[in-house]
Design a protein. Structure first.
Lengths: 121, 247, 106
């Protein structure tokens, strides 16, 4: 029978149960979570751009500020996921990195916009 | 750093702010116009069937470990055998997408509408910006750049002594064009997230995708998969539980 | 949705006011011919407060995360109270030891 057959073969192949956990998850819910992460990131990078512009950051300082904002956003997202990432995402990178570079362009645009409105005229 | 230019506040009030606001409003308007123009076409039965088939095959590939080898082989045969497997596409039957497009006038019409709704507002806005706002120093980037960016950022000003971080009105238009994508995806929803550059690329490269190619790829995927049943360990697990119980 | 949205609007208004007062401040500096070294304190406070509000908005508006685990409560296709007929109170599972170490392994 196929059952016993494969039992034997797999017990031969791997002696201990050293296999990794099966990854089963809801793809739709994961998609939904990623979408909401993307939304949060984009919104925060726009708002961060406005803050940086009004504050008057120039040069490298602004990009450092962007990093800071993304770090805070990661913390916020982590808190939103109640500190149990495994429950909602398939990897840590989703919370830490997703939408990082997508937001940069928005950040730069709104940074420039606010900076110009407030400071150069 | 080069000395600062003194800019009139009227430039802010009458160039920078209106230009940005108009860009946003045009984006919103374009979204609604293209939504109006979009014809709701009833999907072709064959296309839907193929899509569902690919989904099923994908499910089999993802969750194949939960069924015994024998069942998996039976299913694989059902999908990929060379005579009448569902995923097997006979040679020569693969349709040329170009020909398919010409045989279906609706599709070409749709494409044209999409392109029109993209090109017309864009060229109009560009003409408007060009007419009113070219030649202003409208903005200044808050970070320094190398002189290489001069042609990009100071489009319309022919002064080489101006610091590179100053941006002309026309270039501000381009910056907005590429940078407002995030804002649009926030206020209009995700489906608008595709920005103009991507759309242009899509327009250039091929009309639609070939569905038979997808089928072939899925068939290869199923053929290549190594089946490994995950449940034999269940017996050992049950044994462990029972042993604990007996103890 | 409601609370987050209101927080976002408030944050935006705070930003607008901060921008306005900074412009005024710059104008004053220009008259007094001093150098700009940083925004005044009230603007900084306003910016931070507004950013916190926006943070709340950005995290609250997109909605809750959904659990991706197939065995979590919200992903159950059938919830217990809806089919009381099939509740079984006496089965061998009650005798088996509960061991969280036992997991589904490949």
């Amino acid at each position: 029978m196929a059952v016993q057959d494969s039992t034997r073969s797999s017990s031969e192949g791997k002696s201990g149960d050293d296999g990794e956990d099966l990854s089963i998850f809801h793809a739709e819910n994961l998609q939904n979570n990623m979408k909401s992460i993307y939304y949060s990131r984009t919104f925060l990078s726009i708002m961060g751009g406005v803050v940086a512009g009004i504050w008057g950051f120039t040069g490298l300082m602004g990009f450092v500020f962007y990093l800071l904002i993304m770090a805070i956003a990661s913390l916020g997202l982590l808190a939103k996921a109640k500190f149990s990432v495994g429950n909602y995402f398939d990897s840590w990178n989703r919370i830490i990195l997703d939408g990082f570079f997508g937001g940069l362009m928005s950040f730069v645009l709104f940074w420039t916009f606010a900076y110009d409105i407030v400071h150069i005229f | 750093m080069a000395e600062d230019l003194v800019l009139d506040t009227a430039i802010r009030d009458w160039v920078l702010v209106p230009l940005s606001v108009v860009m946003v409003l045009i984006g919103v308007l374009r979204y609604f116009v293209s939504k109006l123009l979009r014809s709701s076409q009833t999907p072709d039965a064959k296309v839907v069937r193929e899509g569902q088939l690919i989904l099923r095959a994908r499910n089999l590939r993802a969750a194949g470990g939960f069924i015994p080898v024998k069942s998996f082989r039976a299913r694989r045969f059902y999908y990929t055998n060379e005579e009448n497997g569902l995923l097997h596409v006979p040679k020569g039957q693969a349709q040329n997408p170009q020909a398919q497009m010409f045989s279906d006038p609706n599709m070409a019409m749709d494409m044209m509408k999409k392109n029109l709704s993209m090109i017309i507002p864009q060229s109009l806005t560009f003409a408007w910006v060009n007419f009113f706002f070219s030649g202003f120093v409208a903005a200044k980037l808050p970070f320094p750049l190398t002189p290489r960016f001069r042609s990009m950022l100071q489009n319309g000003i022919d002064l080489s002594t101006v610091d590179v971080s100053y941006v002309s009105g026309r270039s501000w238009y381009f910056l907005n064009l590429f940078g407002l994508r995030g804002l649009f995806s926030l206020i209009l929803g995700e489906e608008n997230a595709m920005d103009d550059t991507q759309r242009m690329m899509q327009m250039g490269g091929g009309f639609g995708v070939d569905p038979t190619k997808n089928l072939g790829a899925e068939k290869d995927g199923i053929d290549i998969i190594q089946h490994e049943w995950t449940l034999p360990k269940m017996e050992q697990r049950a044994e462990m539980v029972l042993r604990k119980l007996v103890k | 949705m409601g609370v987050g949205f209101i927080a976002g609007v408030l944050g935006g208004l705070l930003f607008a006011h901060a921008a306005y007062s900074t412009i005024q401040y710059r104008g004053m500096l220009k008259i007094m011919e001093e150098e700009f070294s940083g925004p005044p304190t009230n603007v900084v406070i306003e910016l931070l407060l507004g950013f916190v509000l926006c943070m709340v908005a950005g995290l609250a508006v997109p909605g809750k995360f959904h659990s991706i685990l197939p065995d979590s409560e919200e992903n159950r296709v059938v919830s217990l109270p809806s089919n009381l007929d099939f509740m079984i109170f006496n089965h061998r599972g009650r005798l088996s030891p509960f061991d969280p170490e036992l997991k589904l392994k490949t």
